[in-house]
Design a protein around this ligand. Structure first.
Ligand code: SDX
Length: 426
């Protein structure tokens, strides 16, 4: 219950409308506007700039302070001391696993890494040059055709099994998408590899190779997945919640999240950052692109910069930049021209009044592409990597909604079209 009230008074009316105000454990209070409809009013908030769509206990972001907490744990501490599967367990269950739970969860995920053999047939229908995200949307959405024993959203066991299957199979499907694009045979996952090792194995080894994976690259890959795991009510997570609110099955909901993530304003930015760095080509052209980003008549934006919530450094970008340094050093490509351009671009932008005034800082996508490219992953696969990392976040939010009372999401509008008019008689 709320013990605070906001009073709304309309000009020309003596009546004020009392709206309950609720407080969370952290962050801004919210005004419950549900009672406005009875008063013949809607709120109006395109882009949901000031709208809390739900209650959630999973992730908290303080955009002004550059804080990101998963179930209360700071992202910097998880990136330093945890790993992707432990963070998946934390997001899904609310607490860190103990040693036995950790082993059991990793075993359950390993058990579900293979996909149904008939799924291999799907790939014969996709052109080899299809965008990887087009295949991911299709194949993940189609998983519901194979797994009828995890579709009952009201059955907790079904929801748990669907969560395990999706987290486990995303890397397998992603690697199949890549192998399909280069005409190499698919590799089965291996039970003696960790989650990130398995992904890099299925991506870059072949049946002719000894199954080896660099532990340095596997650790970097695992941390990249972890940094993408969840981010409260971002566009793709909100899409998953909205799809889930209709009662759609979890595979269809995650497929809708993959589709929303694809956009260059969201998860597609990591691929767009790398393409932008290639287009800049040389440090001497950085100023030209900074000026283009500031020019209102030019649709170009500095990809990997800015954020709806962070008006300070994205804490994930800081960790990503450190990993970038480490991986490029380990690979002996610390003088990578793209990394040099990115560092210089970041420095110039952060000193430029336009970016300072608008509080535009590097976000999670600014450095991730440079690392992914150094690992050998093509730019067209970058958003697929983001989708693998975000899957536990999408599922945790879907499950949090479905396991509590919820209503179908159905926003209203400010209608600006024609008033009623009659169809002309012939
Ligand atoms: C992700 O929501 C999440 O949490 C997302 C995410 C997650 O983990 O799920 O964090 C992942 O999507 C990160 C963001 C990746 N996208 C990009 O890097 C694309 C480039 N960034 C922008 O398109 C933009 O910053 C957004 C989309 C990220 C945020 O846009 P907003 O909040 O709607 O802000 P806005 O467009 O209203 O911009 C405010 C001002 C505008 O200038 P004015 O009209 O006030 O003069 O800042 C300018 C914008 O033109 N601006 C930029 C800019 N971003 C904003 N100008 C140049 N380059 C940019 N990148």
């Amino acid at each position: 219950m709320s013990n605070k009230v906001a009073k709304l008074t309309l000009e020309g009316s003596t009546e004020s409308i009392d709206l309950p105000v609720f407080s969370g454990t952290l962050g801004p209070d919210v005004v419950d506007v549900g009672g406005l409809t009875a008063k013949g009013l809607f709120t109006y908030d395109p882009g949901f700039m000031s709208t809390a769509s739900c209650k959630s206990a999973i992730t908290y972001i303080d955009g002004d302070k550059g804080v990101l907490l998963h179930r209360g744990y700071p992202i910097e501490q998880l990136a330093e001391g945890s790993n992707f599967l432990e963070t998946c367990f934390l997001l899904l269950n609310g607490e860190l696993p103990d040693a036995e739970e950790n082993l059991e969860f990793a075993k359950s995920i390993r058990y579900h890494t293979m996909v149904h053999e008939q799924l291999y047939e799907f790939f014969k229908g996709f052109p080899r040059d299809a965008h990887p995200m087009a295949i991911m949307v299709g194949v993940v959405g189609a998983l519901s055709a194979f797994y009828h024993d995890s579709l009952d959203i009201n059955d907790e066991k079904h929801r748990e099994l669907a969560a395990l299957r999706l987290i486990a199979k995303m890397p397998t499907i992603a690697a199949m998408v890549y192998k399909h694009s280069i005409g190499q045979p698919f590799l089965y996952p291996r039970n003696d590899f960790s989650y990130a090792e398995n992904f890099l194995h299925m991506m870059f080894n072949t049946p002719c190779d000894e199954a080896k994976v660099s532990p340095i690259l596997a650790k970097a890959m695992d941390t990249i997945f972890l940094l993408h795991a969840d981010h409260e009510q971002n566009a793709s997570t909100s899409t998953v919640r909205l799809a889930g609110s209709t009662g759609a099955n979890p595979f269809a909901c995650i497929s809708s999240g993959i589709a929303a993530l694809w956009g260059p304003a969201h998860g597609g930015a990591n691929e767009a950052v790398l393409n932008m760095l290639y287009e800049i080509e040389d440090e001497s052209r950085i100023e030209e692109f900074i000026n283009r980003a500031k020019d209102k008549n030019d649709p170009f934006r500095l990809m990997g910069f800015g954020h709806r919530v962070y008006k300070n450094f994205d804490p994930r970008a800081k960790v990503m930049r450190e990993i970038c340094d480490e991986v490029l050093q380990d690979l002996g490509v610390e003088n990578d021209p793209l990394f040099r351009i990115a560092r210089r671009l970041e420095k110039i932008a952060l000193e430029d009044e336009y970016f300072i005034e608008r509080k535009l800082y590097p976000n999670v996508d600014f450095y991730s592409g440079i690392i992914l490219q150094a690992i050998g992953i093509p730019a067209s696969m970058f958003t697929v990597i983001f989708a693998i990392g975000r899957t536990p976040g999408w599922i945790s939010h879907w499950n949090e909604m479905i396991s509590n009372p919820y209503k179908i999401g159905r926003p209203r509008q400010l209608y600006t079209g024609h008033v009623k008019r009659d169809y002309p008689k012939k």
